[in-house]
Ligand binder design. Sequence first.
Ligand code: DGP
Length: 114
Amino acid sequence: MSDCIFCKIVKEEIPSTRVYEDEFVIGFRDLNPLAKEHLLFIHRDHSKDINDLSDANPAQLSDVFKAISSYSKSSGLASSGFRVVTNLGSDGCQTVFHTHFHVLGGEKLGGFGS
Ligand code: DGP
């Protein structure tokens, strides 16, 4: 989508710090990190949220999770652990409407059972 900020990051029309890329997926550092390691993983193809993606092209979920698996193992993040979060809509506090998965780690995370 021409006005989508993450599509512009995919096309390198705006800069980002990439940590991972393959044929389908890119991973880059979040502009406003909420943990020592805070990456965003997105499919190169546009969808607006996980429901949109799951309805239209569920195979993209495995593309993204394979990428997260590969990156987390090669970077060492998997050995200490990490969290994957995706937000949808207003109550989910989604602000960018290109499906993305936050990968958080690099330190002990609060919330969710701690
Ligand atoms: P969400 O609330 O789930 O929609 O989170 C969107 C995230 O995207 C938020 O943590 C900040 C990040 N973000 C927004 N604009 C940019 C950008 O231009 N570059 C990068 N690297 N991250 C961005």
